[in-house]
Design a protein. Structure first.
Length: 130
């Protein structure tokens, strides 16, 4: 649980970013760099990277975040900053796949994650009252 002056919260989101055109461009060293890049960005946004993994064409992030955060703004920042750093650090590798300065597809997946199952929470809410 996290807290601020007026709230106690436990918010986690599972994010998936895919490479532009689903190209299999992410190498193991790039994956390690992405984890470090995302961790640094998330700390600046007062978030925590709980888990990270990926394959040649996509990455998964499990993030704990503050309720005041606009998730779409965070995602845009994560994707643009990581893309910029990877294109700088791996220019010769990425030039083989992309002639424009791109890396991530503009779409993404975001799924809420919680400790209780949805059915358990529904039952709890239904049973409230007098």
């Amino acid at each position: 649980m996290n807290h601020s002056s007026h709230a106690v919260f436990s918010l986690q989101v599972h994010l998936v970013f895919v490479t532009k055109y689903r190209k299999k461009v992410i190498t193991p060293p790039m994956l390690q760099d992405l984890e470090a890049i995302f961790t640094k960005i998330l700390v600046a946004w007062k978030c925590t990277l709980l888990e990270f993994g990926g394959e040649a064409d996509h990455v998964h992030l499990l993030i704990s975040y503050h309720p005041n955060l606009n998730l779409s703004v965070l995602v845009n920042n994560l994707k643009s900053a990581s893309s910029r750093q990877l294109r700088t650090n791996y220019e010769s590798h990425l030039r083989k796949f992309y002639w424009k300065p791109v890396f991530w597809h503009r779409a993404y997946y975001a799924g809420s994650v919680g400790h209780a199952r949805l059915e358990t929470v529904k039952r709890y809410v239904e049973n409230q009252g007098f």
